[in-house]
Write a protein of this length. Sequence first.
Length: 213
Amino acid sequence: MISLRQFYYDIFSNFYDFIIRLHSRDTAGSLRRFIVKKANLSKGDKALDLCTGTGSVAIELAKQVGERGLVIGLDFSRGMIEKAKEKAKNSNIDQLHFVQANASQLPFKECSFQGITCSHAFYELKGHEREKAINEVARVLMDDGRFCLMEHAKPRKQIPRLLFYIRILFLGAKDARKFLGEEESILEGCFKKVAGQVSPTGQSKLIYAEKGE
């Protein structure tokens, strides 16, 4: 049975790209290239894009890994998946496939991917669901693989910060505000190396974590 949240995103898929461009002020797609670059992938690698939405980051990942590589875009919304498939088809990319599933229950074997990305979505997961998703990422990521998590940066000015918190209140999980300030420390429990960096637009931040002993 479809959940209310899934129904919302199935409808939202028709406006998603426009809203994201407006919110991030990234009309040239620099954020997508930024997260893909930090994923540190090579030709022939396998990558997973969690909460892929309409597939914009997944398409950039597919360009990075090339024809011999493989990219999976995963989302729980069928509406988002259908939009992503259409976008990939129009881009003539064959090494990109989409799966409808939850980030907290990944349908993949251990150590399946050299790189995993997630852009502006983890803060919406509920606390227990987010914890499961992080453990799942660590499970399916290969040793020395990299998980790149991009989230919204807290605005410094008062009015933009107020609007930011209103968005978190309506779209994020109850503990989203706390999570957006502690991403690095939370990921340190499952990964050996965790670091953060502000995006080129200044509107987002990227946390990348590497798996290993």
